[in-house]
Design a protein around this ligand. Structure first.
Ligand code: RB5
Length: 148
């Protein structure tokens, strides 16, 4: 199950992503927003991050204008690794090196065809383990020290 969320800047792309996930048979839970009316991205990023953090959902997709706002919020949650992703190559690295459990997309800068290529790469790529696991352990240590 994938947690989905956006603000107004990502709403249209989120809706198209839902059609794509329906097509490929991946289940999702949509945490909103539900229109193009102006809203606040922290609200929706928090819902998605919590769903992934509590394991209600196994991963998350967030969309705002740039992908930056939602990723800043998502990364405030212990155990969430999220970044804004704009092409296939960075999507592969985001999963392969960082094992990102939430991906953020820039709804005002990419279209659905580009989003599909990115999501396909992020979903299909395996985490590379090895030295990258050691770095994730360092992140976890930092979280344990700084996120009480
Ligand atoms: C909303 O105008 C915009 O600030 C938001 O979608 C996002 O890009 C923030 O990072």
């Amino acid at each position: 199950m994938i947690a989905l969320g956006s603000d107004h800047g990502g709403y249209k792309l989120k809706e198209e992503i839902k059609k794509y996930l329906d097509e490929i048979g991946i289940k999702y839970k949509d945490f909103g927003t539900n229109s193009e009316e102006r809203c606040d991205y922290p609200e929706f990023a928090e819902k998605v991050a919590k769903a992934v953090q509590t394991k209600e959902c196994e991963k998350g997709i967030l969309v705002c204008g740039t992908g930056f706002g939602v990723s800043i919020v998502a990364n405030k949650f212990k155990g969430i690794r999220c970044a804004s992703c704009w092409n296939e190559e960075v999507a592969k690295l985001l999963k392969g090196h960082n094992n990102a459990n939430v991906i953020a997309l820039p709804g005002r800068f990419i279209n659905i065809s580009q989003a599909i290529v990115i999501l396909r790469a992020w979903i299909a790529t395996e985490f590379m383990e090895g030295r990258h696991s050691e770095r994730l352990q360092m992140i976890e240590n930092i979280e344990n020290e700084n996120m009480k």
